[in-house]
Design a binder for this molecule. Structure first.
Ligand code: ZN
Length: 133
């Protein structure tokens, strides 16, 4: 299945780039704060970053890969992240399941729009391909 992983490729193309994740780890969404309060490239970074599922390091550059893994593996990793981050403790089982379903749908939806190997960036709600130089 197509998934999004962290990559340091094309880091530096934007002055606001950051990369604290590990190359190749699966990523998911970062909760965004109030959009109207700030700009995509500001110091907060919530509108341009994704978070590594293993390291919880942030990255502004992601890569689409077609990996030999099942949806269950990704879902388990997402669930684990909610558990270790403490969020799961504040959610009912139903709410967590719903959240996981939504995350899975959004992640796979984004990944399937791009070709494997594409390096992409998040600009608010939009995901765009970066040119490889
Ligand atoms: Zn923010």
């Amino acid at each position: 299945m197509k998934v999004l992983v962290a990559t340091s490729e094309t880091q530096g193309q934007r002055g606001s780039d950051l990369f604290f994740a590990e190359e190749g780890e699966l990523v998911t969404f970062v909760p965004e704060c109030e959009h109207e309060l700030h700009d995509i490239d500001d110091s907060c970074g919530c509108m341009r970053t994704m978070i590594g599922l293993d390291t919880t390091g942030l990255t502004t550059t992601m890569k689409v890969l077609d990996l030999d893994m099942t949806r269950d593996v990704l879902e388990d990793k997402l669930r684990h992240r909610y558990e270790v981050s403490g969020w799961a403790a504040f959610m009912t089982t139903e709410a967590l399941d719903e959240q996981l379903e939504e995350d899975m749908r959004a992640l796979t939806e984004i990944a399937k729009q791009f070709s494997p190997g594409a390096v992409i960036e998040k600009r608010g709600d939009e995901f765009e391909v970066r040119e490889l130089h």
